[in-house]
Write a protein that binds this ligand. Structure first.
Ligand code: SF4
Ligand code: FES
Length: 368
């Protein structure tokens, strides 16, 4: 039989859930894996080989915080030898100049550093890591000095949006090639913190105008990616470029997922790279086929002219808000569940409540 499924463009390798930060919008699952459950170096090396053979072009080394892995340099070297374009997605707080040098020598192509705000005090408060902001700036400068392509990532919300112009200034001054201004998406740990994070429509509109003006001013010098919050959108985004179409994620413990949140979906069994090859999983796993393409879609998606543009939105958001991953994403105005989004926006409190941070001592939040 001829296989008609295109290979994934990117492998997202979640090397660990360990992280020194505690961002209240963390996209990692509510239940985290202990370090003892992580894949070992040999297994990751095999997965990288399988990814290259499958046709993957880009490797995103992610977490948690990937620099806590002692074998990070070795994995970057393995990726380079396989011809994979490697991107390190990091908080930057552990990324010092000697480690950067070793990563560059191993063949790292790109680094993406996340910042919590332009204001150091608020950034450290949001990330729950004193002194973290200064370390991130140092790491970003070192990355540029080491000759790496640099992207800065700012996750924005109601508790840092007034700093948006200063965030763009930081990206410009540091010589980043790209900055992502990404409004929080309400998955994982962000959902219980939704009221503390969700901006008003007016705050969103001001932010959008700021981004549009900056795009004009910085044209040709800085690329600005802008991700708007679903809760104020009329149509959802094509989450991950569509289920099982563009990316394959491997969790620290080896589960292969179509997106980083998919393990939260009840009723789907995700295969492990410990037991199956990446190619077998991508082409044959029922959990990857479940929401691939358009044949699974209910109305109104089934007859909608955007069904091959947004692929019905986000399965994880549909599950989180309705308990059924096969429903149209409630972020869509045409969804029968859109009232859940409108209710959340209407219930937004005038003053944001305190953040709820993860407490890693809580056994329910860590799984083996
Ligand atoms: Fe997208 Fe479905 Fe909404 Fe159409 S109905 S815009 S396909 S989510
Ligand atoms: Fe899983 Fe959107 S986060 S499909």
């Amino acid at each position: 039989m001829v296989n008609t499924i295109d290979p994934p463009m990117g492998l997202v390798a979640e090397l660990t859930h360990r992280c020194p930060l505690q961002c209240p919008y963390c996209a990692n699952p509510v239940a985290l894996h202990r370090s003892g459950a992580e894949l070992d170096t040999a297994t990751w090396r095999r997965v990288l080989h399988e990814a290259a053979a499958l046709g993957v072009l880009q490797l995103h080394l992610s977490g948690g915080e990937p620099t806590v892995r002692k074998d990070l340099v070795e994995l970057v070297r393995a990726a380079a030898a396989l011809g994979l374009y490697s991107n390190l997605i990091t908080s930057g707080v552990l990324l010092d100049a000697p480690l950067l040098q070793r990563l560059v020598q191993a063949g790292l192509d790109h680094v993406q550093i996340s910042l919590q705000d332009a204001d150091p005090g608020n950034a450290d408060r949001i990330g729950g890591f004193a002194g973290g902001h200064a370390r991130k700036l140092t790491a970003a400068r070192a990355a540029r000095q080491a000759g790496l392509a640099l992207t800065l990532n700012f996750v924005v919300h109601r508790q840092n949006l007034t700093q948006l112009p200063a965030m763009l200034d930081i990206a410009e001054v540091l010589g980043a090639g790209r900055v992502e201004i990404a409004h929080v998406q309400y998955h994982g740990w962000a959902l219980p913190n939704r009221d503390a994070l969700l901006p008003s429509r007016a705050e969103l509109d001001r932010a959008t105008a700021t981004v549009e003006a900056a795009r004009q001013r910085l044209k040709g010098r800085l690329v600005i990616d802008y991700v708007v919050p679903d809760y104020h959108a009329r149509r959802p985004k094509a989450c991950m470029g569509g289920w099982g179409r563009r990316f394959i994620t491997v969790t620290p413990a080896g589960k292969a997922l179509p997106c980083h949140v998919a393990e939260s979906l009840a009723g789907l069994a995700f295969p492990s790279v410990r037991e199956q090859s990446l190619a077998a999983i991508w082409h044959d796993a029922p959990a990857f086929a479940r929401f691939r393409g358009t044949s699974w879609m209910p109305e109104p998606c089934r007859s909608c002219d955007r069904r091959e543009i947004d692929w019905g939105g986000c399965r994880c958001q549909a599950f989180a808000l309705t308990g059924d991953a096969s429903r149209t994403d409630p972020a869509c105005e045409k969804s029968p569940d859109h009232a859940t989004i409108l209710a959340a926006v209407a219930a937004r409190s005038t003053t944001p409540p305190d953040f709820t941070y993860r407490r890693y001592t809580n056994a329910r939040e860590i799984v083996d």
